[in-house]
Design a protein around this ligand. Structure first.
Ligand SMILES: [Mg+2]
Length: 294
């Protein structure tokens, strides 16, 4: 495998098994890479508190932190660290109050329609600053593992079918977009099966903003970047998982890797490595060896 100047990676399910799992293991190769000047960008749908309890940076010296970036909240927050090692907001994408309320209305209407017409019960998480999460499978609990679980897509398709909802997952996304339009909003609706997330930004915004920064500041090209995740697998018909959103017009010249074993379609060019968190760890260890050799 080649040496990458920048490594973009998902957190839950890629760098750590669950949010409660310790970051000790992944921090070790990360620290060596950061010290070598390799840029590391965590691209996660979650918030800072869920990345090693908001204390990931404490593993690294202020100098090492200069090479660490975080793209969080589904496009919303894009951070770097300043010369003192303090967290620094590079760019945010937060809807204004009226817009977020509109997203709430859109999601409530999706909930109403699913219950009224199809008798599909849902729960909605309204507290995110820039999107809503609609739980489409309220009877299926993930526990501490908050990422896509094996067999969930099949379960959701079965559930939709059973309730007479036609069009599957693509139909669900189309429904969200249609209701969004009704409210005059171009929503970005994504799903990992259990959750349908509706907002105005996605991991594509994180990838574009942080890659754009690295390109401008360090002259790094897309071919010098790799992108790692555990949710590339799609649902058919051109609908792919959340990590596939890191692949954009700007970043598509990079190398994309999937650590999941999940069967199913991946966007063209994504390589299935497998191994889960261990697969990613092996890659980081290997990269840190490459960099320290030269
Ligand atoms: Mg993940």
């Amino acid at each position: 495998m080649k040496k990458y100047k920048a490594i973009f990676f998902d957190w839950d399910g890629t760098a750590v098994v669950s949010r409660k799992a310790s970051a000790d293991q992944v921090a070790k190769p990360m620290k060596r890479l950061l010290a070598e000047g390799v840029k590391l960008a965590i691209i996660s749908g979650t918030t800072m508190e869920n990345i090693a309890g908001g204390r990931l940076h404490e593993y690294f010296t202020p100098e090492e932190r200069r090479n660490l970036f975080l793209g969080l909240g589904r496009g919303a927050y894009n951070y770097s660290f300043d010369e003192k090692g303090q967290l620094f907001l590079l760019e945010e994408k937060i809807p204004v109050k009226e817009e977020i309320l509109k997203i709430h209305d859109i999601c409530y209407e999706i909930h109403r329609l699913l219950l009224q017409t199809y008798e599909i019960p849902t729960d909605i998480v309204f507290s995110r600053p820039n999107y809503c999460k609609i739980d489409l499978m309220v009877g299926n609990q993930r526990g501490d593992a908050l990422f896509l679980q094996e067999g969930e897509r099949e379960e959701l398709l079965f559930l939709l079918e059973k309730h007479g909802f036609r069009g599957g997952i693509k139909g669900m996304i189309a429904l969200a977009e249609r209701i969004g339009k009704k409210y005059g909003m171009d929503v970005s609706a994504t799903t990992d099966a259990k959750y349908l997330e509706v907002g105005i930004s996605s991991k594509s915004d994180n990838a574009d903003i942080l890659y754009g920064f690295l390109q401008r500041e360090y002259g790094i090209t897309d071919a010098e970047c790799s992108f790692w995740g555990d949710e590339y697998v799609g649902f058919g018909e051109g609908i792919y998982g959340s990590d596939s959103f890191m692949m954009t017009e700007k970043t598509k010249g990079g190398d994309f890797f999937d650590v999941s074993h999940t069967e199913g379609g991946r966007p063209e060019g994504v390589r299935k490595i497998g191994g889960g968190v261990d697969g990613f760890m092996k890659f980081l260890e290997e990269q840190s060896m490459f960099w320290s050799e030269t």
